[in-house]
Design a protein. Sequence first.
Length: 795
Amino acid sequence: MRLTICLQSLLSAAALAVDLSQYALTNTGSIDGGNTFPGVSRPLGMVKLGPDLQTGKDAYSGYLPTGDFIGFSMLHESGTGGAPKYGVVSQMPIVGPIKNPLSNAMRAMRAAPDFTEVGYYRSSLKSGALVELAASAKAGMYKYTFPKGSDGLNVVVDVSHVLPSYRGMGLEQHYLGGNITVHKQASGHLSYTGFGTYDNGWNRAGPWTVYFCGRFDAPATYKTFLGADKTSDKLVAFSQEPSYQSNKARLGAVFTFKQTSVVSRVGVSFISAAQACSNLDREITANTTLSKLRQETRDAWNSQVFSKVTTTDTNKTRLNQLYSALYFMHLLPTNKTGENPLWKSQEPYYDDIFTFWDLYRCTTPLLHILQPSYYEELLRSMIDIGRHEGWVSDGRSSFANGAVQGGSNSDNVFADAFIKGVRGKVNWTEAFASMVKNAEVVPPNNHDPRDATGSTKEGRGALPDWLQHGFITTKFARSVSRAVEYSVNDFSLAVVAAGLDREDGFDKYLNRSQHWRNQWNPDMKALGFSGFLGPRDSKGFIKQDPLSCGGCYWGDKYYQALPWEYSFNAHHDMAHLIKLMGGAERFVARLETTFKPNVASGNAQFGHTLFNPGNEPSFTTPYLYNYVNRQDLAVRRSRFVAKSYYAPKPGGLPGNSDAGAMESWLLWNMIGLYPMTGQPYFLVGSPWFSDLTINLGGGGGGGKTNKKKEKKQLVVKANGGGEDRFYVQSLKVNGKAWNKSWVTWDDIFARGGTLEFELGPHPKNWTTGVPPPSMASLSPDQASKLAELWSQGKS
Ligand SMILES: *[C@@H]1O[C@H](CO)[C@@H](O)[C@H](O)[C@H]1NC(C)=O
Ligand SMILES: *[C@@H]1O[C@H](CO)[C@@H](O)[C@H](O)[C@H]1NC(C)=O
Ligand SMILES: *[C@@H]1O[C@H](CO)[C@@H](O)[C@H](O)[C@H]1NC(C)=O
Ligand SMILES: *[C@@H]1O[C@H](CO)[C@@H](O)[C@H](O)[C@H]1NC(C)=O
Ligand SMILES: *[C@@H]1O[C@H](CO)[C@@H](O)[C@H](O)[C@H]1NC(C)=O
Ligand SMILES: *[C@@H]1O[C@H](CO)[C@@H](O)[C@H](O)[C@H]1NC(C)=O
Ligand SMILES: *[C@@H]1O[C@H](CO)[C@@H](O)[C@H](O)[C@H]1NC(C)=O
Ligand SMILES: *[C@@H]1O[C@H](CO)[C@@H](O)[C@H](O)[C@H]1NC(C)=O
């Protein structure tokens, strides 16, 4: 006994010593539309320091595999689409005399492919300069090695630098003005402080300001410069003035060095230049080396993220996928606590929510499990934003709400947290009030040219129809896809209302959650199936092909997915949906058709299937077989998707990462579960690893840590599995034989638990038990009883 304990503690000490960050491949998803950020970031880091490239197409994260470097900047997003945002607070090394720092000559080609790993980034420029980057949460470090024997070793700080956009939708960022002042540090070397103001980008933000504080570690001379106006590259003047200011024109400074090795440390803040300096001096002291900073970043990822999920599996490909996916789901939202310029508050502040439409299905339920403290901070921040802005929006960036693609999906995030017992410092009265506002108050129209029919900034733009008719007419854009999303949102209100003992709220919103049925057109037909979610006006349905969504964009009837796909999306009302689709057998046949190759006119990269793995409205579909006890097919289809369209390599994502949404879908597939957000249920899949241990931390979501709670974990074991042996033969949950295709929060997460799978090469119909409940399909009485159970933490 004694020996065992000894061995165990030795083993866990050894496990801790393993540098799991070595497995995270930070270029995963960086090309072919994944748009992930391959530069340097801490978990949830405000600073994302990386390269900005230009080729004439949009570089959403700054990075492109080709093109010219136009800067290395401090703020980026990861995995987003639409139009680039950020790419501000930059430096650019330029070798040779500079006539005009605003000219197009201030760029450099690549001499070799960039190198990236957790905590470190390196670019070699054709000019001979080498750029190495490392970062902390609110500051970054640039290390330059210039070529020997060159005349003019410069670092250009262009305050007007932003990521440009070429897509031509009026979403390009604008530089609006700034300020830069050069100082002498105590060391005798130069530093600079100032700010830049910008607007627009994907969420159509108004003006916002970032302050910076940069320090150099080598002797330099400098010139500040001023351009003709906010956009022109015409240089008006160089100056020797120690400070320079303007709100009217492009501006910056050129620093010129004699020595070939130069380190610059830069801090940022959204409050003041003084705070940018204190952020810098607190996080990266003058004696910090690049390698020490790199190591600190790796330590942070290991302790805060990677060590939460461990396995004894040694297959490197699988470890690469596991830790790379964990990495990319922890880049956004960013923790800007202490950096909110808009209001003073004791509450945390999180920004760069891109968007709950993308994140509510897989990412937020996983964050809850892996990062309960962070998750609680995020929820509090959402409530605080609602308190001060009037709305908790589906998206938010640079301290501005927008853009809302479908429903008000912050409602689903709140509901999911609520029914899974998150309490702590979350004020649920206020959270629910924000949900009611989304459900009852028409948000002011922000006149987005993409969709002028209602607000895209916050709330539910098509609410007037939803309230008046219980369906959405084509008077509003995205009418059909929003109708099914509003139903899900209303369901979220129902379950929170039940838990807060607001019986009338429960009845009302549960009833409204069924209104997607009013959009069900039994006469829409395709591929031998009839009945789909269809467009309508106040008189009746409008003809629509279930296999087409037109442009599938802001002004269309369906957003980013086909009628066929959206018709599976009433996840709170599955029993009724299955009935509408003609019963279990027809439902299975329809799902099978979804995955059949050469059926869709589009989706060439996915074998022309109707299923689109790169888009969130399809995320849940492969798992829906579990509702009719065909878990074998859920495993078959979801496994195929995961293995075919995901790989730990630069092109290894089926679409935009969407701020980590894709990676979190993959993680659930690896774990062998799938969360039904807004319900305390997880559909059972098939795990990838022979064993996986998930540290649930303070798991229940309570703010306070407690020794017993800290040891809580979910252990997932799989016997007999392999690349071709993934069908579930049997399952034990907490040691008990299981015949259901689902488990509840209470079963395995509330106090921890174990899942023991037996896997094999052939399908087996082992799910003979009751299918997952569909609360909205029950009679009002039964639904209310179930809601009562949920709010007691049971199911
Ligand atoms: C620009 O910086 C200078 C020097 O720090 C300061 O005096 C001036 O007020 C700043 N201008 C603006 C518009 O903030
Ligand atoms: C580095 O500098 C910080 C403050 O600037 C100081 O507290 C620390 O002791 C120094 N560390 C080393 C190793 O010199
Ligand atoms: C490692 O895992 C990958 C991906 O799951 C698989 O293709 C490969 O065959 C595995 N290698 C070994 C040696 O099992
Ligand atoms: C967010 O940032 C604040 C301020 O720096 C810090 O106190 C808090 O611990 C951070 N939260 C997480 C989850 O890292
Ligand atoms: C929650 O918010 C409500 C409304 O603002 C307030 O009346 C109540 O005191 C808050 N509850 C707590 C525990 O802070
Ligand atoms: C929902 O509400 C409508 C209008 O109040 C009512 O006609 C309908 O019967 C309700 N549905 C259910 C299932 O209670
Ligand atoms: C599972 O059940 C379905 C439907 O009854 C049947 O078609 C299928 O062949 C069964 N699979 C196995 C492996 O028995
Ligand atoms: C499923 O398991 C439950 C609990 O062990 C048991 O009561 C039930 O009879 C089983 N159902 C089937 C169809 O095997």
